[in-house]
Structures are given as C-alpha cells and as structure tokens.
Write a protein that binds this ligand. Sequence first.
Ligand SMILES: Nc1nc2[nH]cnc2c(=O)[nH]1
Length: 169
Amino acid sequence: MSHPLKHEPLKHEPLEHEGFLQQAVDLAAANVAAGGGPFGALVVRDGEVLATGQNRVTRDLDPTAHAEVVAIRAACREVGDFSLAGCVLYSSCEPCPLCLASALWARVDRVAYAADRDDAARGGFDDRAFYDLFDTPRERWATPVSGVSLAGSFAPFDAWLAKADRTHY
Ligand SMILES: Nc1nc2[nH]cnc2c(=O)[nH]1
C-alpha cells in the first residue's frame, strides 16, 4: 500500500521555503569565493533564522565541519539546547549521510535542500558514493568496519541505565 506524503514537495509550498533555500545557496557561493567548499545551510524556527553554516572542512582541518553540521552546532548554542525540535534545516545541497544523521540526532522537524547528491557528484564530492556505500554489504567495503567481541563492552550502558538522573537525548 502506498502512503501519502506527509508534506507536498517543496516546489508546491510557500515562497518562504524558496527564500531560505536561496539564502543557503548564497552562503554556499560566498563560501567558495572565500576559499571554502560549495555548501551552505540555515536552521530556521518559526520563520526566524537561528543560525547559518558554511562548509569549514579545509579551513578548520575538520572533515566533519560540513555546512549543515556547522549550522546545527551554532543553532544549538543559540537556543541553549541539544534538541532542535521545531526547527527546519535548509541546505544548499542534499545532506550527506553525516549531515542527515546530524539532523536526525538534532531532532529537526524537517530538512529541505536545493541541489541533490547527483549535483554534488558532478561537483566532485562523495555524498552519493557514501549513500551508495551504505546500501552495499560491509564485507565489500574498502574500509573494514567490523564488531570485535570484548567482554564488558556493555558496561558503559549498564552504568548509563543505572543512572537515575541521566539526560536522555
Ligand atoms: N551536504 C553537504 N555535502 C557535503 N559534501 C562535502 N561537504 C559537504 C557539506 O558541507 N554539505
């Protein structure tokens, strides 16, 4: 049985989305002009821009400093919370798996993007390749990723679960 989309595609939605997406694309273009990667992002709540982000990988020597991650970190600092529930993440380009997982961990209500993973591939970036990798059995990965059994590996979770005052996230 097919499920109806919860949201109509963005192109049928109010211009507000387009305005924020255009800002993300403008941030990406400005970042290229400043010597950075071609990605920009915004976190918006109730129509207000909480934070912006531009790719800072080469500037910060940080492979995780993708535009969306930078924007999410800045927005969390802005609101003083590790949750961005109630927010929308706008990105100049489809979030890569790192950025998408970051958005899910931040519990944003919605993610909207302009260019897609095919555009990123044309631009020379591995976003699509990494999505494809996650659809490939790990045994076939060039980078070995495997669990190693270790006695006591659940101990941190035992400690966590025993903590009455733990902060769930
Ligand atoms: N969406 C996205 N993809 C990337 N691929 C490489 N860097 C980035 C980034 O900052 N954002």
